[in-house]
Design a protein around this ligand. Structure first.
Ligand code: ATP
Length: 306
């Protein structure tokens, strides 16, 4: 079953095309990471999925409901962590969570939810005195109220320390084990890599990639790196390496030769070239492309099609 489906979804703000021709499908039970640089259209998409912003064209269906005309039904079954969550300064953490539970007509124990996000000891404190990370945890507890079928989290780890980010990942896993679908936007690649089944990458309002991270790495020709430590840097080695097929860059730095290789490049050929040139190889290591490299390749190279 499909949890989220958009059909040529579009939103313009005057002359700004915030989201264009977006066709997206997220299956039930999936953890879907929604990525893209600042201003790429992630929040606008999320706001359209929740019915906060009407599309200027196209449509979105969330949990079987039209996002624009049946947004109440969507929000009743969805837990939302908004990008700009503002607390009620005078209300305690428990009252915030109680409010979220009541809105959903659910029967959760507010203290159990606060405990899940690490705020058990702060239940009676007014949220106005909370730190950024505590506010984020509180928003997360509110999103979890009523065991939602779908969690939409806009930058869930913003403001969280590494422990908080890890705890958030654990809760996401627990929620998926319970049967929930998780759709979240993030700039933190490690976070995304650790928990997502698939990612969609937005750029200038368009979806430029949508697949599992493994498939994206396989299909996209992102450079891997070979790092060779040598006793001395042979003369002319840079030119020799650059002449090899698939070598896109060579960096030489104090006894270390770093070779960037595309998929067509062969690490053994580069290593042979270094050895043939008379240098003694003292150490060799390789670095495969990270999600960060992938993100960079998808969002900074060549122009987006009009
Ligand atoms: N209410 C609005 N009025 C005018 N322009 C808007 C509005 N909301 C968003 N935009 C524009 O739409 C584009 C997409 O913005 P959006 O907030 O969706 O990006 P984002 O991917 O969520 O960015 P970030 O990672 O910085 O949160 C931007 O150019 C933004 O300025």
């Amino acid at each position: 079953m499909v949890a989220i489906e958009t059909d040529s979804l579009e939103r313009r703000f005057g002359s700004v095309r915030a989201v264009e021709e977006l066709d997206l499908e997220v299956d039930e039970g999936e953890v879907f990471g929604f990525l893209g640089p600042n201003g790429a259209g992630k929040s606008t998409t999320i706001n359209m999925l929740l019915g906060f912003v009407p599309p200027t064209a196209g449509s979105a269906t969330v949990l079987g409901h039209d996002a624009a005309t049946e947004s109440l039904a969507v929000r009743q079954r969805t837990g939302v962590l908004p990008e700009d969550f503002g607390v009620y300064e005078r209300l305690t953490a428990r009252k915030h969570v109680r409010f979220a539970i009541d809105c959903k007509g659910a029967g959760d124990d507010p203290d159990a939810l606060l405990s899940r996000v690490g705020l058990a000891d702060a239940a009676d404190r007014k949220a106005g005195g909370f730190s950024t990370g505590m506010r984020q945890r509180l928003a997360f507890a509110m999103a979890l109220a009523g065991e939602p079928e779908l969690l939409i989290l806009d930058e869930p780890s913003s403001g969280l320390d590494p422990n908080g980010a890890r705890e958030m990942r654990e809760i996401v896993r627990e929620e998926v084990d319970r049967g929930a679908t998780v759709f979240f936007s993030s700039h933190i690649m490690e976070q995304v890599e650790a928990i997502c089944d698939r990612v969609g990458v937005m750029r200038e309002g368009r979806l430029v990639a949508c697949d599992s991270i493994a498939s994206l790495k396989r299909d996209l020709d992102v450079d891997s790196r070979l790092v060779v430590e040598v006793d001395r840097v042979p003369e002319g080695i840079r030119e020799e390496l650059l002449a090899l097929e698939g070598v896109s860059a060579v960096r030489i730095d104090d006894g270390e030769i770093e070779v960037a290789l595309s998929r067509a490049g062969r690490k053994t050929a580069a290593l042979d070239a270094v050895e043939r040139s008379g240098a003694a190889v003292e150490d060799v290591s390789t670095e495969e492309p990270s999600l960060e490299d992938l993100f960079e390749a998808l969002t900074t190279e060549s122009e987006v099609a009009p």
